[in-house]
Write a protein that binds this ligand. Structure first.
Ligand code: MLT
Length: 408
């Protein structure tokens, strides 16, 4: 008899954004005339940068001719893209990352979800609360937790991120081996300083732990004092893996291209305590289970680093930050406490009301989709997240409707 993976039965019935999509679909079906505005899932709305489109067209033409056609590419990505990433994202900030430490993939969601499988089953996992649900659910699927009770999986260590600690969690009070951090944060939009990040790097070095640093939103940082990469902290290469993406930076959510940095210096240990290169493990995993991002998409990603590409993505991220500023202004005028939206496309708002009720109220009365904070963890109860990814006119309209709804 074929048995199911029992760990799947510990999970909530559906993934957060699938649940929201279902609710929105039902609302639209019963209100076909309503013009729903989506500020829920962080999905970009503007077209790809022209530099990427041009490069993609050219690459498609290459694929059409036998002489320039390409079949399977290197699983870890073409050298042209890995080198462009190492140079533009890291060397430019004084960080030395070798091109072969860059692993190109089809998404930071997949990479942050898949990475856990190269670590021991008994690894003690620390996740922030609130948290991007992928970090938690993939460890549940892998069997590293017990049941979920009162919104928390037994066996995970939760690092509370609240207004009291400015949404940067304190070090764990019990031993952990694998630590997920995300800055600028999804969902809160909070940022981390170099000193705060150093505290984590020092902790990981002292405890032979490893940090999984999700930097998918680094392109939204406008405060020059904030680190864009964990590798700006000395010693981080020994204890951290960093995830990045073209999705939010360059509008690739539907095109799919991301990258993960696994430095050669990064170590994990076998049962006898012998150090092993994490790079070798991830290479083995990636080459076995992944066959590379398509050539035209990698050329499109490479073009993001051209002079024109850089100007175009700056304009793109600026436009979303302009939306975020408007959301902040409107919500603040209603006297709600909030964080985020300055170096991040997400605004995290304290509603003081059940998250799902608040979400339902905004959907039913304003036809605006947000994300209930509780979907990201127990510390998210009483909060909602508004995403700034949309066109300005839509954001303005959504905020007018929200203000009208909440002013009643
Ligand atoms: C979010 O809205 O949290 C993100 O868009 C989800 C994702 O990137 O997978």
């Amino acid at each position: 008899m074929i048995r199911v993976n029992p760990n799947y039965n510990k999970l909530q019935a559906s993934y957060l954004f699938s649940t929201i999509a279902k609710k929105v679909g039902e609302f639209q079906a019963s209100n076909p005339d309503k013009d729903i505005i989506k500020l829920g899932i962080g999905d970009v709305t503007h077209g790809l940068p022209p530099a990427s489109i041009e490069a993609m067209h050219k690459a498609v033409d290459e694929m059409a001719a036998d002489e320039t056609f390409r079949g399977y590419g290197p699983e870890q990505g073409y050298d042209f893209l890995r080198e462009a990433i190492a140079l533009n994202d890291f060397a430019s900030r004084g960080v030395t990352i070798q091109a072969d430490e860059v692993f190109v993939s089809d998404g930071a969601k997949c990479d942050t979800g898949n990475i856990q499988e190269i670590f021991a089953q008994e690894a003690r996992i620390a996740v922030p609360d609130p948290v991007y649900p992928v970090y938690v659910d993939t460890n549940v699927m892998a069997g590293r937790t017990d049941q979920c009770q009162d919104g928390r999986y037994q066996g995970l260590v939760y690092l509370e991120s609240t207004a009291d600690n400015h949404y940067v969690p304190a070090l764990p009070s019990e031993p952990v081996d694998l630590i997920y951090l995300c800055f600028p944060n999804n969902p809160t939009g909070a940022t981390v300083t170099h000193d705060e990040l150093k505290t984590w790097v020092d902790y990981a070095r002292e405890h032979q732990a490893l940090i999984l640093f999700d930097a998918a939103y680094e392109a939204f940082i406008r405060d020059d004092t904030l680190p864009h990469s964990i590798y700006e902290v000395e010693g981080a290469k020994e204890v951290a893996i960093e995830f990045r993406s073209f999705s939010k930076t360059a509008g690739f959510t539907g095109t799919r291209c991301a990258y993960t940095i696994v430095p050669h210096d990064c170590r994990a240990y076998d049962a006898e305590g012998n150090a092993q290169e994490v790079h070798a493990l991830w290479t083995r995993r990636h080459t076995t289970k992944f066959n590379g991002v398509s050539y035209p998409v990698q050329r499109a990603a490479e073009a993001v680093f051209s002079v024109e590409g850089q100007a175009q993505i700056k304009a793109l991220t600026d436009s979303y930050l302009h939306n975020a500023a408007h959301i902040r202004e409107q919500v603040s005028a209603l006297d709600y406490d909030l964080i985020g939206g300055q170096n991040s496309p997400y605004i995290w708002i304290k509603t003081g009301e059940d998250s799902w009720n608040f979400f339902d109220r905004l959907l039913n009365d304003a036809a605006v989709v947000t994300t209930p904070g509780t979907g990201f963890g127990t510390c998210g109860e009483g909060y909602i997240r508004i995403s700034a990814f949309n066109d300005f006119a839509k954001v303005e309209e959504a905020m007018q409707r929200i203000v009208a709804t909440l002013s009643i």
